[in-house]
Design a protein around this ligand. Sequence first.
Ligand code: TRP
Length: 469
Amino acid sequence: MSVKRSSIHGQWSSRWAFILAATGSAVGLGNIWRFPYLTGENGGGAFVLVYLLCVVLVGIPIMMAEILLGRRGRQSPINTIRTIAAEEGLSRHWHLLGWMGVIAGFIILSYYSVIAGWTLAYIFRTGTGLFVDADAVYSKQIFTELISDPEKLLAWHTIFILMTIVIVSRGVKSGLEQAVKFLMPALFILLLVMVGYAMSTEKFMEGITYLFVPDFERLAEKNFFADIFLPALGQAFFSLSIGMGAIMIYGSYLSQKSSITFNCFTIAIADTTVAILAGIAIFPIVFTYGLEPAGGPGLIFVSLPIAFGQMPFGTFFGTLFFILLMFAAWTSAISLLEPAVTWLVENRNMTRVKATALAGLIAWSLGLVTVLSFNHWAFSFTFAGVMKENGLFDIFDILTSNILLPLGGLLLAIFTSWLMSKSSTVEELGLGDSRAYHAWRFAVRYIAPFGVIMIFLNAIGFFKLLGFN
Ligand code: TRP
């Protein structure tokens, strides 16, 4: 059965518009802020290696599944899943999976916006030359001053949510393309400049070794599933924007003719390259200036400004860097809001502007929790062998990246590969009954569910019960 639906929310002007928008969604704080700090917390090379495997074996196949569903349903993720479930004769309860994604999106956006607010603040801090000749102590002090002031955090968070609302209310298609087309390549080039600087530092090789060579001694002390695999898988989901419907809704605006496979690989390669470049730029600086790799969420905000303070034209490069990082965060944030907005437009008969304002307000309110997590409400706890110091922010982050996104991905994988008819997915992927199709199907049927289920079983202590460490 061939389906020919069109989305009431519009369509991308070309295949490249989709690739740019989806890359804009994928590349963001996840690559430049979250990837380095998690790598530092989890001990380097082994984490990076497992992360790369997760992207290839679990991430890309699930991203393909999400786009496939989105393009077939051509509605908000909730209604897309409802429609396809009905067509395939499956339970109507599957649409709850769409709801789980919407909730995950709100939680992620609520804290994402606070961190994006830090990048806004840093545009001004670097722009005024604050970091010229700064040392590690001074740089840390500037960062601590920012996060311990809830009023400042609130102001930047509010500005960033408003920026997100402006774009989403106009429809993610207009305006976005231009931003991604020029700013992403610019960010990429600036990262290369940073890598160039990192190469000139004393501890460049130490940074590279830390990033790419697994430390097996350290690994032996850790629980592989809980301490390495879980955060690495969570990071793969987070960085690729999968597991909650963001890529699904972008896929719903994709032309029927475009190749899902080619698009996914392009997006994933761009996303992974940016993360790795960020790692190469940051760790040599961290070691050269005696910072702690496990410094937590402040890692790039403390380390990079020191480098900007030392390098020629550092004030210029530093300001430009935080501007571009802000744009990267912006093009990601809009994809977190889009699934909820499209549902409000479809089911509550709202205009896009009203729907966006309402959804934005929900994310903004929830963001107050994160604003306070770095100061008045701060508390610490240990998770996966790592000391987390920012209470509810860390809990939000763990709940979404390590639980809701992988669970969403698992259910999406089961839905597309075990429950939908094979003919529907063959038709939608457009690969025919080829090797490539079978490789994809094998990955979503077996590899992705196996990986996620192992992690969840471990989390509930199943392996301990069986007597493993
Ligand atoms: N991938 C983005 C980043 O790396 C964040 C993001 C956007 C996201 N949309 C998402 C994460 C959907 C999870 C799900 O910064």
